[in-house]
Design a protein around this ligand. Sequence first.
Ligand SMILES: Nc1ncnc2c1ncn2[C@@H]1O[C@H](COP(=O)(O)OP(=O)(O)OP(=O)(O)O)[C@@H](O)[C@H]1O
Ligand SMILES: [Mg+2]
Length: 329
Amino acid sequence: MSETMIEAQDLTRTFRSGFRRKRITAVENLNLAIQPGELFGLVGPDGAGKTTTLRMLAGILKPSSGQATVNGHDIVKGAEDIKQELGYMPQQFGLYPDLTVDENMNFVCDVFDVMGEERQTRMEELLDFTGLHDIRTRRGRNLSGGMQKKLGLAAALVHKPKLLLLDEPSTGVDPVARREFWDILTTLHAAGSTVVVSTPYMDEAERCNRVGLMYGGQMMICDSPSGIKRMLPGSVLALRADNLTLAEDVLKQVPDVLDVQPYGDVLNIISNDEAGASAIESRLTAAGVTVDSLRPTPPRMEEAFIYFVRQYASGDAAQAAASPTEVTA
Ligand SMILES: Nc1ncnc2c1ncn2[C@@H]1O[C@H](COP(=O)(O)OP(=O)(O)OP(=O)(O)O)[C@@H](O)[C@H]1O
Ligand SMILES: [Mg+2]
């Protein structure tokens, strides 16, 4: 068995899709090493390649090129071993809507050969752990989104996997269920499991040891949350003012301002110039904005994520403008 839990080299997957069978590179030359016991977050905008990456690592989708090992098994030749050893939770509800919670769990126990007394104990444990005990006779289709996600997780844990691949396990669930879900994940992680989780929520990414930011099929950044935040250039200033729409328009014209991101009644300004607060304030005042406060604020993952994704997107736009003809392979 190799030391590294997941190791990917130049992992690439293309699809042909649509009327013209246009080629899409969903994942491109992905290099990744995840150690046992890590809680690794996979983030990126819609279509970045997170699901495709997880499906390849789960041994259910073959790469077009490149290779990867999971717990020492090659993802193509050892796909069946991988499926037995890891818990994979797909992005969509992957169980049977017509079966009850109990029946779904029994089905998964059959698949993983968890039998007899062990099955009874395991099912009780997992239904307690995920809070599904009282609704064990409810059919899959009648579960709320959050309950379906918890059933998906319980099913992924039936065979006590040391590695969990979870694809947006808390998307679309309410904040309480989301918190409960993360309490469960934290417990599993503390007990030594390796967890790879894709998420659109930056507060969740912040709870991971390391985060990989994917964009356009590529892993653009892979570092700890604090490391990623340190990569954000300049500093972040939080602005409260009477007219944030006008303030945003004004700030976009200021050369030292790299990005402006509204959050409710605050405008976060990523500025190149650490000492530029007074210059920014003068510009705003001159344009007729009444500034209530303008203070440095620690960057969050959210700022970093939005900033980097905008940077990559503007790079794409510049490239598309330079070569406007669509290339079909
Ligand atoms: N089976 C498929 N056939 C054709 N194209 C696909 C297929 N699966 C994924 N793609 C395409 O590959 C790209 C990456 O998709 P993927 O589902 O991996 O992204 P994602 O990061 O998980 O997005 P989301 O956040 O929306 O779940 C997208 O352009 C998608 O349309
Ligand atoms: Mg996805």
